[in-house]
Ligand binder design. Structure first.
Ligand SMILES: Nc1nc2c(c(=O)[nH]1)N[C@H]1C(S)=C(S)[C@@H](COP(=O)(O)O)O[C@H]1N2
Ligand SMILES: [Mo]
Length: 373
């Protein structure tokens, strides 16, 4: 090995000196004032409430502190069942609403929106039955930086509703439940789409882009909200734009799963059994087959179609049009639906067949079922 020459040692010394100087310089650049919270900073602690009687209002933490406060011992439970106990102090959202001539019980829904991109809709039944606390203190201490200006706490509801860093509360005009008039098979639809590699913890999975899926189906939604229903009946509304910006992971753990590298993990939805988009229900046969009752027709085992219709609240109709990916379609009377099952065909595609109906009602690569009126 070559010995370091005198030149090299000198060069190294020079570099070390430069490095120390640079570090020192950058240290001295930190302004001392930054450590002391200025008055304007605490005055800037505020959030807005949008859609109150058409107008938007601003609420400052100073204002909240001047109102009647509530203090509660609460238990937060996250999706893994982990419990945390603490004490919170704040103001009831109901009291803020009262000041503006309305009540929580009058509202159809609200969306809590955080500064870090997290958001969640709070449905009407929670608004009717629970206290919503706009907290500004935890265990007698001011909130930590990532929770300011307020953290919403809804005792008795899961921690996913306990939104930190609330910057906006949007009053929703309606609960936007649309009628389902069409059903699309998720697995059939994604078979025709480009699949992306998606790294989820230690596993390399496949995912499709939601907007590519929706575009390929040529479906529209007037509503600003989509609904995702998980296999355990957990239901989550998401804003259409947020939904369209994400992915559906179609392989590996907890698939089908809504997620995105750009969204907080608390917004992911695991094990989706179906989701609504406008008047269309997109149904996962695989997830349904895992959790729903089975029935056999001839040598095939599948899910009773009637059950799928009930699960997705597909409208009652005189007949239904079943269409395959190649355009082949058959209309089946509403009274015959109870004879049908949906099954995994030998070619790997999703199919339907009906007990006692002619062979032409047996369809492979089924893409959609439309209510015909
Ligand atoms: N602003 C913000 N609030 C949030 C979240 C988030 O990502 N951002 N995650 C939610 C979820 S999903 C849970 S389970 C809890 C986690 O609370 P913890 O950090 O006290 O465990 O905060 C909720 N509030
Ligand atoms: Mo969570």
């Amino acid at each position: 090995m070559k010995k370091p020459s005198k030149f090299n040692v000198a060069a190294l010394l020079v570099m070390v000196v430069i490095a120390i100087t640079l570090t020192a310089c950058s240290n001295t650049k930190v302004p001392v004032e930054q450590n002391v919270p200025s008055k304007s900073e605490s005055e800037n602690e505020k959030f807005s409430v949008n859609g109150l009687g058409g107008g938007n209002i601003e609420v400052t933490v100073e204002e909240l502190k001047a109102m009647q406060s509530v203090t509660r011992d609460v238990v937060s439970v996250n999706s893994s069942g982990e419990e945390k106990h603490f004490k919170v102090t704040g103001v009831l959202f109901e009291d803020v609403l009262k000041k503006h001539g309305t009540s929580q019980k009058e509202l159809k829904g609200i969306r809590l929106i955080a500064g870090d991109g997290y958001s969640i809709e709070v449905a009407e039944d929670i608004l009717k039955n629970r206290d919503i606390i706009l907290t500004y203190m935890t265990d007698d201490e001011p909130l930590d930086e990532k929770s300011k200006p307020v953290r919403v706490v809804i005792p008795e509801e899961r921690a996913m509703y306990w939104v930190r860093n609330v910057v906006n509360i949007e009053i929703l005009e309606s609960n936007q439940t649309a009628e389902m008039t069409e059903l699309i098979l998720l697995e059939t639809a994604i078979a025709q789409l480009p699949q992306n590699d998606y790294t989820y913890y230690e596993s390399k999975d496949k995912a499709v882009k939601v907007h590519e899926l929706i575009n390929s189906l040529k479906i529209e939604a007037e509503q600003n909200t989509v609904m995702m229903k998980a296999a355990d009946d957990f239901e989550k509304n998401e804003q259409k734009d947020v939904f369209l910006s994400g992915y559906i992971k179609i392989t590996g753990k907890d698939a089908p799963m809504f997620l995105s590298p750009d969204l907080p993990k608390g917004m992911y939805v695991k094990n989706i059994s179906w989701f609504s988009y406008g008047n269309t229900a997109v149904f996962s046969f695989d997830k349904g087959f895992e959790v729903m009752e089975h029935k056999a027709v001839d040598d095939k085992e599948g899910i009773p179609i009637q059950q799928i219709f009930e699960k997705t609240s597909l409208v009652d109709a005189a007949s239904y049009r079943f269409t395959a990916t190649d355009g082949y379609s058959v209309e089946v009377g509403g009274e015959d639906v109870a004879k049908g099952i949906m099954y995994r065909a030998k070619d790997g595609s999703t199919g339907v067949c009906f007990d006692g109906l002619p062979k032409n009602t047996q369809i492979k690569s089924l893409l959609s079922i439309e209510a015909v009126r």
